[in-house]
Design a protein around this ligand. Sequence first.
Ligand code: SF4
Ligand code: SF4
Length: 377
Amino acid sequence: MTEKLRRYEDWARACMHVRCGLCRENCPAYGQMKLDSYSAKGKVTMLYHWLEGSLEPSEKMAERVFACTSCGLCDIACGYPQSEAIQEMKIALFDAGIFPSAQYSRISEHTRRAGNPYGETPETGQQLLKAIPEASAENAEYLLFFGCTEIYRGAPQRESVLKILRSAGIPFKTPSENICCGSPVYRVGDLEQATIQAKSVQSMVKNIGIDQVIASCSGCYRTLSHDYSTLLRTDPGFRTIHTVQLIDRLIKEGTIRMRRMNAKVTYHDPCHLGRHSGIYEEPREILRSIPGVSFVEMEWNRKFSRCCGAGGGLRSARGEDAIEIASRRVKEAEETGASLLVTACPFCLRNLEDGAKSIGSSIKVCAIESLVANLIE
Ligand code: SF4
Ligand code: SF4
Protein backbone atom coordinates (compact mmCIF):
# COMPACT_ATOMS: atom_id res chain seq x y z
CA MET A 1 0.00 0.00 0.00
CA THR A 2 1.49 3.33 -1.02
CA GLU A 3 0.87 6.51 0.92
CA LYS A 4 -0.16 8.07 -2.39
CA LEU A 5 -3.29 5.93 -2.39
CA ARG A 6 -4.33 7.51 0.93
CA ARG A 7 -4.75 10.82 -0.94
CA TYR A 8 -7.85 9.40 -2.58
CA GLU A 9 -9.53 8.16 0.58
CA ASP A 10 -11.90 11.13 0.91
CA TRP A 11 -12.96 10.92 -2.73
CA ALA A 12 -13.55 7.21 -2.39
CA ARG A 13 -15.66 7.76 0.73
CA ALA A 14 -17.64 10.53 -0.98
CA CYS A 15 -18.31 8.29 -3.96
CA MET A 16 -19.49 5.50 -1.66
CA HIS A 17 -22.04 7.87 -0.13
CA VAL A 18 -23.39 9.68 -3.17
CA ARG A 19 -23.88 6.53 -5.23
CA CYS A 20 -24.59 8.56 -8.36
CA GLY A 21 -22.98 6.31 -10.98
CA LEU A 22 -22.54 9.08 -13.57
CA CYS A 23 -19.10 7.71 -14.42
CA ARG A 24 -20.66 4.56 -15.92
CA GLU A 25 -21.91 6.37 -18.98
CA ASN A 26 -19.53 5.76 -21.84
CA CYS A 27 -16.86 4.14 -19.63
CA PRO A 28 -15.37 1.70 -22.16
CA ALA A 29 -14.53 -0.89 -19.51
CA TYR A 30 -18.02 -0.83 -17.96
CA GLY A 31 -19.65 -0.73 -21.40
CA GLN A 32 -17.74 -3.82 -22.47
CA MET A 33 -17.77 -5.95 -19.31
CA LYS A 34 -21.22 -4.80 -18.07
CA LEU A 35 -20.35 -5.08 -14.39
CA ASP A 36 -20.25 -2.20 -11.93
CA SER A 37 -16.86 -3.29 -10.62
CA TYR A 38 -15.32 -2.24 -13.98
CA SER A 39 -16.58 1.36 -13.70
CA ALA A 40 -14.69 4.11 -11.85
CA LYS A 41 -17.25 3.78 -9.08
CA GLY A 42 -16.51 0.07 -8.76
CA LYS A 43 -12.77 0.68 -8.65
CA VAL A 44 -12.86 3.45 -6.06
CA THR A 45 -15.22 1.32 -3.98
CA MET A 46 -12.55 -1.39 -4.02
CA LEU A 47 -9.97 1.25 -3.16
CA TYR A 48 -12.05 2.39 -0.20
CA HIS A 49 -12.28 -1.13 1.21
CA TRP A 50 -8.59 -1.73 0.47
CA LEU A 51 -7.71 1.41 2.48
CA GLU A 52 -10.07 0.35 5.28
CA GLY A 53 -8.43 -3.07 5.43
CA SER A 54 -11.66 -4.88 4.59
CA LEU A 55 -10.48 -6.01 1.13
CA GLU A 56 -7.13 -7.59 0.30
CA PRO A 57 -5.68 -6.81 -3.14
CA SER A 58 -6.08 -9.83 -5.38
CA GLU A 59 -5.83 -10.92 -9.01
CA LYS A 60 -9.60 -10.47 -9.28
CA MET A 61 -9.28 -6.85 -8.11
CA ALA A 62 -6.37 -6.32 -10.51
CA GLU A 63 -8.45 -7.74 -13.38
CA ARG A 64 -11.00 -4.93 -12.82
CA VAL A 65 -8.42 -2.20 -12.27
CA PHE A 66 -6.23 -3.10 -15.26
CA ALA A 67 -9.27 -3.24 -17.58
CA CYS A 68 -9.31 0.58 -17.35
CA THR A 69 -8.11 2.12 -20.62
CA SER A 70 -6.91 5.28 -18.80
CA CYS A 71 -9.30 7.28 -21.01
CA GLY A 72 -10.25 9.79 -18.30
CA LEU A 73 -13.90 10.05 -19.34
CA CYS A 74 -14.97 9.30 -15.77
CA ASP A 75 -13.10 12.44 -14.62
CA ILE A 76 -15.35 14.55 -16.84
CA ALA A 77 -18.52 12.84 -15.64
CA CYS A 78 -17.52 12.81 -11.99
CA GLY A 79 -15.65 16.02 -11.35
CA TYR A 80 -13.07 14.14 -9.29
CA PRO A 81 -9.98 12.94 -11.19
CA GLN A 82 -10.87 9.29 -10.60
CA SER A 83 -8.58 8.05 -13.39
CA GLU A 84 -5.65 9.41 -11.35
CA ALA A 85 -6.71 7.26 -8.38
CA ILE A 86 -7.06 4.25 -10.71
CA GLN A 87 -3.55 4.89 -12.10
CA GLU A 88 -2.19 4.87 -8.52
CA MET A 89 -4.04 1.60 -7.88
CA LYS A 90 -2.28 0.11 -10.93
CA ILE A 91 1.10 1.27 -9.59
CA ALA A 92 0.39 -0.18 -6.13
CA LEU A 93 -0.79 -3.51 -7.60
CA PHE A 94 2.22 -3.65 -9.93
CA ASP A 95 4.56 -3.01 -6.97
CA ALA A 96 2.83 -5.85 -5.09
CA GLY A 97 3.35 -8.16 -8.11
CA ILE A 98 -0.39 -8.64 -8.57
CA PHE A 99 -1.45 -8.83 -12.24
CA PRO A 100 -4.62 -10.10 -13.84
CA SER A 101 -2.67 -11.91 -16.55
CA ALA A 102 0.78 -12.32 -18.06
CA GLN A 103 -0.32 -10.13 -20.99
CA TYR A 104 -0.06 -7.04 -18.80
CA SER A 105 3.28 -7.91 -17.19
CA ARG A 106 4.61 -8.72 -20.69
CA ILE A 107 4.38 -5.04 -21.70
CA SER A 108 6.74 -4.29 -18.86
CA GLU A 109 9.01 -7.33 -19.48
CA HIS A 110 9.34 -6.45 -23.18
CA THR A 111 10.25 -2.84 -22.42
CA ARG A 112 12.80 -3.87 -19.79
CA ARG A 113 14.37 -6.48 -22.09
CA ALA A 114 14.03 -5.06 -25.62
CA GLY A 115 13.37 -1.37 -24.98
CA ASN A 116 9.94 -1.43 -26.63
CA PRO A 117 6.54 -2.74 -25.45
CA TYR A 118 6.16 -5.03 -28.47
CA GLY A 119 9.28 -7.05 -27.63
CA GLU A 120 10.63 -6.43 -31.13
CA THR A 121 14.34 -6.83 -31.74
CA PRO A 122 15.73 -3.38 -30.94
CA GLU A 123 18.26 -3.60 -33.81
CA THR A 124 15.32 -3.50 -36.28
CA GLY A 125 14.24 -0.13 -34.90
CA GLN A 126 17.79 1.22 -34.80
CA GLN A 127 18.42 0.22 -38.43
CA LEU A 128 15.20 1.84 -39.54
CA LEU A 129 15.99 5.08 -37.71
CA LYS A 130 19.58 5.22 -38.92
CA ALA A 131 18.37 4.85 -42.53
CA ILE A 132 16.33 8.08 -42.33
CA PRO A 133 18.47 10.80 -43.99
CA GLU A 134 17.54 13.35 -41.31
CA ALA A 135 19.18 11.16 -38.65
CA SER A 136 22.43 12.88 -39.63
CA ALA A 137 20.94 16.37 -40.10
CA GLU A 138 22.80 19.28 -38.57
CA ASN A 139 21.59 22.67 -37.38
CA ALA A 140 18.03 21.38 -37.00
CA GLU A 141 15.45 23.28 -34.95
CA TYR A 142 13.14 20.37 -34.25
CA LEU A 143 13.67 16.80 -33.13
CA LEU A 144 11.08 14.44 -34.64
CA PHE A 145 10.42 11.77 -32.01
CA PHE A 146 8.97 8.50 -33.33
CA GLY A 147 7.09 6.30 -30.89
CA CYS A 148 7.34 2.50 -30.82
CA THR A 149 4.02 2.05 -32.66
CA GLU A 150 5.26 4.26 -35.50
CA ILE A 151 8.59 2.44 -35.65
CA TYR A 152 7.42 -1.15 -35.31
CA ARG A 153 3.81 -1.00 -36.50
CA GLY A 154 3.05 2.19 -38.42
CA ALA A 155 5.11 2.64 -41.57
CA PRO A 156 2.52 4.65 -43.62
CA GLN A 157 2.01 7.26 -40.92
CA ARG A 158 5.76 7.54 -40.29
CA GLU A 159 6.44 8.20 -43.96
CA SER A 160 3.58 10.73 -44.11
CA VAL A 161 5.02 12.79 -41.26
CA LEU A 162 8.43 12.80 -42.96
CA LYS A 163 6.85 13.89 -46.26
CA ILE A 164 4.96 16.79 -44.65
CA LEU A 165 8.00 18.12 -42.77
CA ARG A 166 10.20 17.83 -45.88
CA SER A 167 7.60 19.53 -48.11
CA ALA A 168 7.27 22.40 -45.65
CA GLY A 169 11.03 22.82 -45.38
CA ILE A 170 11.03 22.30 -41.61
CA PRO A 171 14.63 22.00 -40.33
CA PHE A 172 14.31 18.76 -38.38
CA LYS A 173 16.43 15.88 -37.17
CA THR A 174 15.43 12.33 -36.26
CA PRO A 175 17.09 10.37 -33.44
CA SER A 176 19.30 7.44 -34.43
CA GLU A 177 18.20 5.32 -31.48
CA ASN A 178 14.73 4.13 -30.50
CA ILE A 179 13.89 4.91 -26.90
CA CYS A 180 10.33 4.19 -25.82
CA CYS A 181 8.72 7.25 -24.20
CA GLY A 182 7.55 5.05 -21.30
CA SER A 183 3.80 5.53 -21.78
CA PRO A 184 2.87 1.82 -22.17
CA VAL A 185 4.73 0.73 -19.01
CA TYR A 186 3.39 3.70 -17.04
CA ARG A 187 -0.23 2.86 -17.97
CA VAL A 188 0.24 -0.68 -16.65
CA GLY A 189 1.64 0.61 -13.37
CA ASP A 190 5.38 0.11 -13.89
CA LEU A 191 6.47 3.43 -12.45
CA GLU A 192 10.10 2.39 -12.07
CA GLN A 193 10.56 1.52 -15.77
CA ALA A 194 8.53 4.53 -16.90
CA THR A 195 10.93 6.75 -14.94
CA ILE A 196 13.93 5.00 -16.53
CA GLN A 197 12.46 5.61 -20.00
CA ALA A 198 11.78 9.27 -19.17
CA LYS A 199 15.37 9.77 -17.99
CA SER A 200 16.74 8.06 -21.14
CA VAL A 201 14.63 10.24 -23.46
CA GLN A 202 15.56 13.37 -21.52
CA SER A 203 19.24 12.56 -21.78
CA MET A 204 18.97 11.68 -25.51
CA VAL A 205 17.25 15.01 -26.28
CA LYS A 206 19.82 16.90 -24.19
CA ASN A 207 22.73 15.17 -25.98
CA ILE A 208 21.27 16.01 -29.38
CA GLY A 209 20.95 19.61 -28.21
CA ILE A 210 17.49 20.49 -29.56
CA ASP A 211 14.81 21.76 -27.22
CA GLN A 212 11.75 21.48 -29.51
CA VAL A 213 10.36 17.98 -29.99
CA ILE A 214 7.63 16.95 -32.45
CA ALA A 215 5.54 13.86 -31.66
CA SER A 216 2.81 12.39 -33.84
CA CYS A 217 1.77 9.64 -31.43
CA SER A 218 -0.74 11.06 -28.95
CA GLY A 219 0.50 8.72 -26.20
CA CYS A 220 4.09 9.95 -26.69
CA TYR A 221 2.87 13.55 -26.82
CA ARG A 222 0.95 13.33 -23.55
CA THR A 223 3.78 11.49 -21.81
CA LEU A 224 6.55 13.83 -22.97
CA SER A 225 4.60 17.04 -22.45
CA HIS A 226 2.66 16.25 -19.26
CA ASP A 227 3.82 13.10 -17.47
CA TYR A 228 7.57 13.75 -17.63
CA SER A 229 7.41 16.56 -15.08
CA THR A 230 5.81 14.03 -12.66
CA LEU A 231 8.13 11.15 -13.54
CA LEU A 232 11.30 13.28 -13.51
CA ARG A 233 10.09 15.59 -10.72
CA THR A 234 11.40 18.49 -12.78
CA ASP A 235 10.89 20.13 -16.15
CA PRO A 236 12.32 17.79 -18.84
CA GLY A 237 14.17 20.71 -20.46
CA PHE A 238 12.38 20.57 -23.81
CA ARG A 239 8.99 21.53 -25.24
CA THR A 240 6.87 19.05 -27.17
CA ILE A 241 4.36 19.83 -29.90
CA HIS A 242 2.04 17.41 -31.68
CA THR A 243 2.09 17.15 -35.47
CA VAL A 244 -1.48 18.50 -35.64
CA GLN A 245 -0.33 21.75 -34.00
CA LEU A 246 2.51 22.11 -36.49
CA ILE A 247 0.42 21.19 -39.55
CA ASP A 248 -2.35 23.60 -38.52
CA ARG A 249 0.24 26.39 -38.24
CA LEU A 250 1.81 25.51 -41.61
CA ILE A 251 -1.60 25.61 -43.32
CA LYS A 252 -2.50 28.97 -41.74
CA GLU A 253 0.88 30.43 -42.77
CA GLY A 254 0.28 29.21 -46.33
CA THR A 255 3.40 27.01 -46.23
CA ILE A 256 1.44 23.94 -47.24
CA ARG A 257 -1.60 23.72 -49.50
CA MET A 258 -3.83 20.77 -50.18
CA ARG A 259 -5.67 19.54 -53.27
CA ARG A 260 -9.45 19.24 -53.36
CA MET A 261 -11.07 16.13 -51.90
CA ASN A 262 -14.84 15.81 -52.03
CA ALA A 263 -15.72 13.75 -48.98
CA LYS A 264 -17.65 13.78 -45.72
CA VAL A 265 -15.14 13.39 -42.90
CA THR A 266 -15.42 12.87 -39.14
CA TYR A 267 -12.77 12.95 -36.43
CA HIS A 268 -11.99 10.74 -33.41
CA ASP A 269 -10.28 12.59 -30.52
CA PRO A 270 -7.50 10.39 -29.10
CA CYS A 271 -7.92 10.50 -25.28
CA HIS A 272 -4.26 11.44 -24.75
CA LEU A 273 -4.46 14.34 -27.22
CA GLY A 274 -7.97 15.60 -26.47
CA ARG A 275 -9.18 15.05 -22.93
CA HIS A 276 -5.71 14.77 -21.40
CA SER A 277 -4.01 17.58 -23.35
CA GLY A 278 -6.84 19.88 -24.46
CA ILE A 279 -5.94 19.72 -28.17
CA TYR A 280 -9.32 19.66 -29.88
CA GLU A 281 -9.41 22.45 -32.43
CA GLU A 282 -6.21 22.05 -34.48
CA PRO A 283 -7.15 18.71 -36.09
CA ARG A 284 -10.64 20.07 -36.87
CA GLU A 285 -9.14 23.22 -38.38
CA ILE A 286 -6.89 21.07 -40.59
CA LEU A 287 -9.83 18.99 -41.83
CA ARG A 288 -12.03 22.04 -42.45
CA SER A 289 -9.22 23.68 -44.45
CA ILE A 290 -9.16 20.87 -47.04
CA PRO A 291 -11.07 22.12 -50.12
CA GLY A 292 -14.18 20.00 -50.72
CA VAL A 293 -14.27 18.40 -47.26
CA SER A 294 -17.54 18.44 -45.39
CA PHE A 295 -16.63 17.99 -41.73
CA VAL A 296 -19.16 16.38 -39.39
CA GLU A 297 -18.94 15.69 -35.67
CA MET A 298 -19.76 12.42 -34.00
CA GLU A 299 -22.34 12.63 -31.21
CA TRP A 300 -19.64 12.25 -28.53
CA ASN A 301 -16.77 14.58 -29.31
CA ARG A 302 -14.02 16.71 -27.78
CA LYS A 303 -13.88 16.20 -23.99
CA PHE A 304 -16.85 13.83 -24.15
CA SER A 305 -15.28 11.73 -26.91
CA ARG A 306 -15.66 7.99 -26.41
CA CYS A 307 -12.44 6.00 -26.08
CA CYS A 308 -11.33 3.72 -28.94
CA GLY A 309 -10.49 1.01 -26.38
CA ALA A 310 -6.79 0.61 -27.11
CA GLY A 311 -5.25 2.35 -24.11
CA GLY A 312 -4.06 1.24 -20.69
CA GLY A 313 -2.68 -1.99 -22.13
CA LEU A 314 -6.17 -3.26 -23.05
CA ARG A 315 -5.36 -3.78 -26.73
CA SER A 316 -2.21 -5.75 -25.91
CA ALA A 317 -3.75 -7.76 -23.09
CA ARG A 318 -7.40 -8.16 -24.13
CA GLY A 319 -7.40 -7.53 -27.87
CA GLU A 320 -10.92 -8.80 -28.52
CA ASP A 321 -12.43 -6.49 -25.90
CA ALA A 322 -10.43 -3.53 -27.24
CA ILE A 323 -11.60 -4.20 -30.81
CA GLU A 324 -15.26 -4.54 -29.76
CA ILE A 325 -15.00 -1.17 -28.00
CA ALA A 326 -13.48 0.29 -31.19
CA SER A 327 -16.28 -1.17 -33.30
CA ARG A 328 -18.83 0.80 -31.25
CA ARG A 329 -16.88 4.00 -31.93
CA VAL A 330 -16.81 3.11 -35.65
CA LYS A 331 -20.62 2.65 -35.60
CA GLU A 332 -20.93 6.11 -34.08
CA ALA A 333 -18.77 7.45 -36.94
CA GLU A 334 -20.96 5.63 -39.48
CA GLU A 335 -24.05 7.37 -38.06
CA THR A 336 -22.64 10.73 -39.22
CA GLY A 337 -22.70 9.53 -42.83
CA ALA A 338 -18.95 10.17 -43.16
CA SER A 339 -16.92 8.02 -45.52
CA LEU A 340 -13.67 8.80 -43.71
CA LEU A 341 -12.87 8.51 -39.99
CA VAL A 342 -9.72 10.47 -39.22
CA THR A 343 -7.64 10.33 -36.05
CA ALA A 344 -4.32 11.66 -34.78
CA CYS A 345 -2.75 8.71 -33.00
CA PRO A 346 -1.21 5.56 -34.53
CA PHE A 347 -2.52 3.44 -31.66
CA CYS A 348 -6.12 4.65 -32.05
CA LEU A 349 -5.70 4.22 -35.81
CA ARG A 350 -4.81 0.54 -35.57
CA ASN A 351 -7.58 -0.23 -33.11
CA LEU A 352 -10.24 1.65 -35.08
CA GLU A 353 -9.10 -0.06 -38.31
CA ASP A 354 -9.51 -3.44 -36.60
CA GLY A 355 -12.86 -2.33 -35.15
CA ALA A 356 -14.09 -1.31 -38.63
CA LYS A 357 -12.89 -4.60 -40.12
CA SER A 358 -14.59 -6.64 -37.38
CA ILE A 359 -18.03 -5.27 -38.31
CA GLY A 360 -17.43 -5.11 -42.06
CA SER A 361 -17.72 -1.32 -42.06
CA SER A 362 -17.15 0.50 -45.33
CA ILE A 363 -15.82 3.58 -43.51
CA LYS A 364 -12.15 4.20 -44.16
CA VAL A 365 -9.99 4.93 -41.11
CA CYS A 366 -7.10 7.28 -41.74
CA ALA A 367 -4.29 9.08 -39.87
CA ILE A 368 -4.55 12.85 -40.24
CA GLU A 369 -0.88 12.98 -41.29
CA SER A 370 -1.51 10.46 -44.09
CA LEU A 371 -4.50 12.42 -45.34
CA VAL A 372 -2.52 15.67 -45.44
CA ALA A 373 0.54 14.00 -47.01
CA ASN A 374 -1.62 12.51 -49.79
CA LEU A 375 -3.25 15.85 -50.60
CA ILE A 376 -0.26 18.13 -50.28
CA GLU A 377 0.45 20.11 -53.47
S1 SF4 B 1 -19.34 9.80 -10.93
FE1 SF4 B 1 -17.78 9.94 -9.30
S2 SF4 B 1 -18.97 10.06 -7.39
FE2 SF4 B 1 -20.36 9.35 -8.98
S3 SF4 B 1 -20.26 7.11 -8.78
FE3 SF4 B 1 -18.76 7.70 -10.34
S4 SF4 B 1 -16.81 7.92 -9.24
FE4 SF4 B 1 -18.47 7.91 -7.71
S1 SF4 C 1 -10.52 6.07 -17.15
FE1 SF4 C 1 -12.00 5.41 -18.75
S2 SF4 C 1 -11.92 3.14 -18.69
FE2 SF4 C 1 -10.98 3.89 -16.79
S3 SF4 C 1 -12.69 3.85 -15.34
FE3 SF4 C 1 -12.55 5.96 -16.19
S4 SF4 C 1 -14.02 5.97 -17.92
FE4 SF4 C 1 -13.62 3.81 -17.36
